[in-house]
Ligand binder design. Sequence first.
Ligand SMILES: Cc1ncc(COP(=O)(O)O)c(C=O)c1O
Length: 394
Amino acid sequence: MKKTSKTKRLGDATLAIHAGEERFHVGAPVGVSIARTSNFTFASTEEMKRWAEGKSSAYIYTRYGNPTLAVAEKKLAALEGAEAAVVTASGSAAISAALFSLLRAGDELIATRQLYGGSYRLMRDILPRFGIGVRHVEADLAGIEQLVSPRTKALYVETPTNPALRLVDLRKAAAFAQEWGLVSLVDNTFATPVLQKPLQMGFNLVVHSASKYLCGHSDVVAGAAAGSAALIGKVRQYVVQLGGSMDPEAAFLMIRGMKTLEVRVARHCASALAVAKFLEKHPKVARVHYPGLASHPDHRLARRQMSGFGGMLAFDHKGGLAGARRFCDRVRVFLLAASLGGTESLVVLPIYTSHHRMSGAELREVGIEPGTVRVSVGLEDPQDLIEDLRQALR
Ligand SMILES: Cc1ncc(COP(=O)(O)O)c(C=O)c1O
């Protein structure tokens, strides 16, 4: 994208297509090239020395950086309204590098209890082994003041949550973090920067499982973090040292995915609302969890802080686990598969996938029933999706 003197911010669809791509000269390729290389040449030992002294930002080895990764980083940073971004081998790599870059032994983290199961398990099983304490708060942040101590260093939230689709009030959470001097992080995977821009609401860092909507085609595992140049510099150091860097092929797929993010998300939102309304009226469905429904406890908050309600929903089958399993085994257009945010519609039982290795009590605390089905609404014709749900519920 050519630099212009105009300061007006471009729209998300324009940024997604052009940001990070420099096509200044005659004959510049319109498509992005994959720098499929592990290493880069130095012109001289003098340049090597300058790099070692931190005086040169030349590429030397793809784990440290690569031109294709840089395009993906600039594009995501533009969409999130961030100074900088770093792309990673997975969302989990971004989350763990971000937390390890901020916390050390003796520190404490406050995190919402409702989280992607992998993030929850990182906090339950791994951070404590490094002397990092974790205290959980509900999505409504009730009583959060009682959880802060002089050791608390960061606040981590996810909104909407996986899979119960509860929302955290981002402005309230950011204000709390600022008041107590905590670094605030949010997992923006479900909303994407198209529906929600947490940095504009006062958050310090955004993390993503780019495997989902950002890449968007169920063909790559990828992650990212975005925020200030200073914070991203720290996260990048941990990504590089822990070895969680993205592969250039994945970066290409992420760039290509992001180009259509805005149009895909619009369709995901419209179809998810249609599916949620259908399920809400179905006699075999006890409850639908979708922030776009007026019956959802966070509907008003969703209207305030999101520009759309997203493509993810969940519902509780009246027949419990047996009913939910029967339903999942009968879908024909929907696929029975983990992950989310791709072109294909998916159903999954969180107790067997994203939230496996969690006790019955832990599952109840985060709103997951044995008969909870998580639905990722894809880009197929919405009437085909509804017909498929109707026949599978019959
Ligand atoms: C909300 C959320 N955050 C993070 C992750 C982890 O991302 P990844 O699988 O790319 O490591 C997931 C994966 O399912 C997720 O749903």
